[in-house]
Design a protein around this ligand. Structure first.
Ligand code: 6PG
Length: 473
């Protein structure tokens, strides 16, 4: 293999980097990877499929020297300083026209900074979101590239080869200018947080509220996965309930501490939504609940103080489960609607030119939020690529209208029995507010003008007005 010039290089041979490289090799590309940990280079070679061209090296220079020009290489290292460190090490080794891809979950503003910084050096820098976890990287992830379209053309055939396929079409597309790839991935993760929160609420209502056991739950989620809720997250949820614990007699899910971790992408979505501004309250609530879950000691004190028990939901099981399925479906649509509305807004506000139909098409396979609902959304965006919000699409409206009563019933029962279903509640609240021609915000404007002379607009004439509220007429 000594004189080979390789098609693609990878910096960082953790499980994601290694699997993606092996996936490329399986599709006929010659690949070379570098990791500071020499063992990982060896592990890469030993896990390669026979007759594929895969090499692990122990210095960055060795890797760069053996790449075809223009060089195409990806970094899959932790977001933040490690990305900047790799760029610093790479710079003296690269030449004009080389393409450097950041395939991690970097914040899009970091990507913009790096992109602009590297332009002066003649290097094409691309932020590319990759979703699907370890398994996805190996067998077909969803890939969200953004940035320089010329650089994308250079790597397109490799990315298309390794991406998941839906109906023969690869789950990858150029998703916009600048840092659009990482922006789309950030919002993907925000939606991921929101749907996970909703599923956890449905689990709580059935586990504690109805008193179902793990086998029952497995069957219900499996059944849901065969219907309109079909999705990767529902599928893995069904499987989770069967997993036995190897350290006790119980199922593993019952032995896991109820404190959620997070690496920040959900929070970034909420933060950026507020900056745009656009409302994504289900995502906000999902982030807030992960945070609240970490306050375990305080929750224990509060549970004793408020005598929080396991209140039984007194509704016939079958009726409740059917209504819950509809409520989850309703709320899941709202999560996607919020995330996609955010992308539509960012597309213009941040000048990213994000093609919404392509985003939805790419999310249909390989990624964590893939679901059969995306086919319906694709139709909506194909009919109107500049659709501001999925809730304005007639077919989506029919879906929501058909489920809304069950959504209300579930929220009523859960509120009466004291279950924390903040994601479901935020979904319904958003739906009710978004579809309201009249909101009580006229009163907020009056209050603002009363105490702060912040002015208001009128419904009957143009202009900006202020009233001296203390002198009532
Ligand atoms: C994906 C995932 C992936 C990762 C999340 C987890 O699309 O493959 O989103 O990127 O699992 O970053 O995020 P938290 O640790 O914040 O839950």
């Amino acid at each position: 293999m000594t004189n080979i010039q390789f098609d693609f290089g990878m910096v960082g041979l953790g499980v994601m980097g290694r699997n993606l490289l092996l996936n490329m090799a399986d599709h006929g590309f010659s690949v070379i990877g570098f990791d500071k940990d020499i063992q990982k280079g060896a592990a890469l070679e030993s896990s390669a499929t026979p007759n594929t061209v895969v090499k692990g090296v122990s210095t960055l220079a060795e890797m760069v020297q053996q790449l075809k020009r223009p060089r195409k290489l990806m970094m899959l290292v932790p977001a933040g300083k490690p990305v900047d460190d790799v760029i610093t090490d790479l710079l003296p080794l690269l030449e004009d026209g080389d393409i450097v891809i950041d395939g991690g979950n970097s914040h899009y503003t970091d990507t913009l900074r790096r992109l602009n910084g590297l332009k002066g050096n003649g290097i094409h820098f691309m932020g590319v979101g990759i979703s699907g976890g370890e398994q996805g990287a190996r067998t077909g992830p969803s890939i969200m590239p953004g940035g320089d379209p010329d650089a994308y053309r250079e790597v397109k055939s490799i990315l298309e080869a390794v991406a998941a396929k839906v109906g023969g079409s690869p789950c990858v597309a150029h998703l916009g200018k600048g840092a659009a790839g990482h922006y789309v991935k950030m919002v993907h993760n925000g939606i991921e947080y929101a749907i996970m929160q909703l599923i956890s609420e449905s689990y709580d209502l059935m586990r504690r509220g109805l008193g179902l056991d793990n086998d029952d739950l497995h069957k219900i989620y499996r059944q849901w996965n065969e219907g309109e809720l079909q999705s990767f997250l529902i599928e893995i949820t069904a499987d989770i309930f069967l997993q036995k614990d190897d350290k006790s007699e119980n199922r593993l899910v019952d032995m896991i501490l109820d404190k959620a971790g997070s690496k920040g992408t959900g929070k970034w979505t909420s933060q950026d939504a507020m900056d745009l501004p656009i409302s994504v309250p289900v995502i906000d609530m999902a982030v807030a609940l992960r945070d609240l879950s970490t306050y375990k000691d305080e929750r224990i004190q509060a549970a004793a103080l408020y005598r929080t028990g396991h209140a039984h939901i007194d509704v016939p099981q079958e009726v409740f489960i059917q209504q819950l399925q509809d409520a989850l479906f309703f709320a899941t649509i709202i999560c996607y609607a919020q995330g996609l509305a955010m992308l539509q807004k960012a597309s213009t506000e941040l000048a990213m030119e994000i093609p919404l139909p392509e985003v939805v098409r790419v999310w249909r396979g390989g990624c964590i939020i893939r679901s059969s609902l995306l086919e319906t959304f694709l139709k909506a965006y194909q009919a109107n690529p500049s659709l501001q919000n999925l809730l304005l699409d007639k077919d989506i409206a029919q879906l929501l209208l058909a489920k809304r009563q069950h959504m209300r019933n579930i929220i009523m029962h859960a509120a009466q029995t004291g279950y924390a279903i903040v994601g479901l509640m935020a979904s319904l609240g958003y739906f009710d507010a978004y579809r309201s021609e009249h909101l009580p915000t006229n009163l907020i404007q009056a209050q603002r003008d009363f105490f702060g002379a912040h002015t208001y607009q009128r419904i009957d004439m143009p202009g900006t007005f202020h009233t001296d509220w203390n002198h009532r007429g």
